[in-house]
Write a protein that binds this ligand. Structure first.
Ligand code: ADP
Ligand code: MG
Length: 452
């Protein structure tokens, strides 16, 4: 096993020295430097086939498509009801499917589409075409429309995501849809909440038949969102047409997650590798935090990978706990790195005040220092109100903490703010943003007020 074998090889080399020395029956003397060089040359070991932990690790990946969903019978039945008009040759209902991430929305949609594909063959007068777009990286309706057009085109005929007027992109889309040899076209827009308030496409698509853009096929939209507030923020005209059928996928409880994990673990790991108490523990962790099957599976996968890396024979409870904190660290780091610059500058301000022993401190003090810092970073200086919003947002994410103080009638109440994370975690993440990283100067040299 990886580590153990390497350790054995290293100690053998250290005590036996070089091949030449042995041949010459010379006493073995390997300097520390020589040893270190050998260690570094051994960075890569030979790839071999075989895995003592996983029988089929792909089963734990997000790309795996399960044949069945555990604990979703009711939701799948409702989903099927919403699609039923298609099989009666009626116009499809538009469906809005929502629920937090990892609760089986995409997996359920895939199962439904597979079912439609298989069952439509029984009806001569039915031809359902499905188009699926993941809108995660789309920031606007325009980008979704471009992605949709490209679904109908070969790689070398794809249109670029800039350069076409939006009217042209829509007319290309109508052309492609009209040209389809199908009675129905179901358009799945997964993670549609990414488009934010620019929801034009969600107005255009469900009305494409009524507005005469597409004669046939009959168009149905399935919009999937990880964020329920997205529905509330849709414009009234969109809400009416898109949300004809609303399906909610609630978070899983610990028992459901345990069943989901048991099923996957059985396929993914070799027999007797996973300790019996590990699955309920991973299920309980994921249930307490999110109710997400994705998170539960990720936890088991990470624990398995840790076991493999260390040449261990079992996935234990300890490894699951370790996997959990590693995943959390990674998530916090990713979130910090993807914050907008003004939020990062706000955090940098708090970082600096904290290093000077000035925290917890009032918003006014934060804003005064922020102004200096934003100027130094050559960034826009936003208003006190905006920084207040940034602080609230950072607090919701747990990156900032606040404490309310009440000074009675005379002083009123106010908040004192401080970092909600360890300084080095914040610093490491902020160093990844080129504009903010310049503020740090050389590592270890903490900037002080004298720098201004
Ligand atoms: P969502 O789209 O809601 O974010 P997914 O459908 O992508 O979530 O599910 C996340 C992961 O969890 C996938 O690997 C999926 O196969 C698995 N999963 C989710 N729900 C179930 C379930 N009920 N039974 C089995 N696996 C599930
Ligand atoms: Mg999904």
């Amino acid at each position: 096993m990886g580590v153990t074998r390497e350790m054995w090889c290293l100690s053998a080399l250290y005590s036996a020295g070089t091949h030449e020395a042995r041949e010459a029956h010379e006493p073995v003397v390997l300097s520390h430097m020589g040893f270190m060089r050998l260690v570094s040359q051994m960075g890569l070991s030979e790839f071999t086939r075989g895995d003592p932990i996983f029988a089929d690790e792909a089963v734990l990946r997000d790309t795996y498509r399960p044949d069945d969903l555990i604990g979703r019978d009711e939701e799948l039945a409702d989903y099927q009801d919403a699609i039923q008009p298609v099989f009666n040759n009626a116009p499809p209902l538009n469906v809005f499917l929502y629920g937090q991430t990892g609760v089986g929305k995409t997996a359920a949609t895939r199962l439904i589409l597979d079912r439609i594909e298989a069952d439509q063959a029984k009806f001569d007068d039915l031809q359902v075409h499905a188009v699926e777009v993941n809108c995660k990286s789309c920031r606007s309706s325009y980008q979704v429309a471009v992605d949709l057009v490209n679904q109908f085109r070969s790689k070398d005929e794809e249109i670029s995501s800039t350069g076409y007027p939006s009217g042209k992109v829509y007319s290309l889309l109508w052309e492609h849809l009209n040209a389809l040899d199908a009675t129905h076209c179901l358009i799945v827009l997964d993670e549609i909440d990414s488009i934010g308030s620019d929801d034009d496409i969600l107005y255009e698509l469900p009305r494409a038949n009524d507005n005469g853009h597409v004669d046939d096929p009959l168009i149905g939209v399935i919009g999937i969102s990880n964020d329920f507030t997205f529905r509330d923020n849709l414009s009234g005209r969109v809400k009416d047409s898109l949300c004809e059928e609303e399906l909610h996928f609630p978070p899983y409880d610990a028992e459901q997650l345990r069943l989901i994990l048991e099923h996957r673990v059985e396929q993914a790991f070799h027999d007797d590798v996973v300790d019996y108490e590990v699955i309920p523990l991973a299920a309980a962790f994921a249930a307490a935090e999110s109710g997400s099957a994705r998170q539960a599976l990720k936890l088991m996968y990470k624990a398995g990978k840790l076991a493999r890396k260390r040449g261990l024979e079992e996935v234990t409870e300890t490894l699951v706990r370790e996997a959990k904190s590693l995943i959390e660290e990674g998530r916090v780091k990713d979130e910090l790195e993807s914050l907008p610059t003004q939020s990062q500058l706000t955090l940098y301000t708090l970082l600096q005040l904290e290093a000077e022993g000035e925290t917890p401190c009032k918003r006014k003090q934060i804003y005064e220092r922020y102004r200096l810092i934003a100027k130094m970073a050559d960034a826009d200086i936003v208003t006190d109100r905006t920084i207040h919003d940034r602080l609230s947002h950072l607090r919701l994410k747990g990156f900032v903490e606040h404490d309310e103080r009440n000074e009675g009638k005379a002083g009123g109440s106010y908040y004192l703010y401080e970092l909600g994370l360890q300084r080095d975690v914040v610093e490491d993440a902020l160093r990844e943003n080129s504009r903010v990283s310049e503020l740090f100067g050389e590592k270890e040299a903490e900037p002080t007020l004298d720098d201004f």
